[in-house]
Design a protein around this ligand. Structure first.
Ligand code: GLP
Length: 244
């Protein structure tokens, strides 16, 4: 779906998420959301917060799993995805404190594999993701599944691409201070979601969007794996669509 601007697009995505939350509420079920960070979903979270405040949208039945976190990363660091999610969404809605999960950037290195297995187990025990929100990196990464990630990959520690670190380096005060690794849900973890919505705004994303949508399915552009998912929607603005 191509929208005139990110705001109109974000409103539509927030409405879909709100409808799903309410449907699950009416069935007495939890709503299991896979959530993303980066600048693209900020407008969706802002709209969800507005719906909570003005339309009484409740998050009491929401259980969420975030895609990724830098490693190592303290939760209270300025750049942590934990902090991002609290600031953009969790602190402004009524989601119960134990209901949201974000990969832990403080786990000891020799415990990371175990932590990643446990993260997958928690998603499965919750019943799997009803909805996965995604952004996309300039190199096609989804979560932090960098090019080369396999379609059967699961939550794991990932070495970040140079281009990913360069894009993040402004937030960290330069490349040398930018983390080299991240914990990310895998491609298979994402493809297991019942519904996937990927957001992309701006001309900068146009080349990667056109190859993800119209190119071959390849590990060189992990977002292209979404072509194999039965219920994925790309929600983009006109500028991001300009290469299609
Ligand atoms: C980071 C995140 C991704 C996100 C990407 C794009 O690398 N780990 O999940 O999709 O940035 O970010 P933005 O939405 O700011 O363009």
């Amino acid at each position: 779906h191509i929208y005139s601007d990110a705001k109109a697009a974000s409103r539509a995505v927030a409405r879909e998420i709100a409808a799903l939350i309410r449907q699950k509420q009416s069935e007495g079920l939890p709503c299991i959301l896979g959530l993303a960070t980066g600048s693209s979903p900020k407008t969706v979270y802002a709209e969800l917060v507005r719906m909570h405040r003005e339309e009484g949208l409740s998050f009491q039945n929401v259980v969420s799993f975030n895609l990724d976190e830098y490693y190592p990363m303290e939760p209270d660091s300025l750049q942590s995805y934990w902090r991002f999610m609290k600031e953009q969404l969790f602190d402004h809605v009524d989601i119960p404190a134990g209901n949201y999960h974000i990969p832990d950037g403080t786990v000891a290195y020799d415990k990371v594999a175990e932590f990643c297995r446990h993260y997958e187990d928690m998603i499965e025990a919750a019943g799997g993701l009803d909805f996965q929100l995604l952004g996309i990196g300039g190199n096609g990464h989804i979560g932090f599944n960098e090019p080369g990630s396999l379609s059967n990959s699961r939550t794991r520690l990932m070495m970040l691409d140079h281009s990913t670190r360069a894009a993040a380096s402004m937030d960290f005060g330069g490349l040398p201070r930018t983390p080299r690794k991240a914990i990310t849900m895998g491609v298979a973890s994402i493809l297991n979601a019942k519904r996937v919505v990927l957001l992309a705004w701006g001309e900068r994303k146009a080349p990667v969007i056109s190859s993800a949508v119209e190119g071959t399915v390849t590990e060189h552009n992990p977002a292209s794996y979404l072509q194999t998912h039965p219920n994925t929607l790309f929600v983009i603005d006109g500028a991001a669509a300009s290469g299609l």
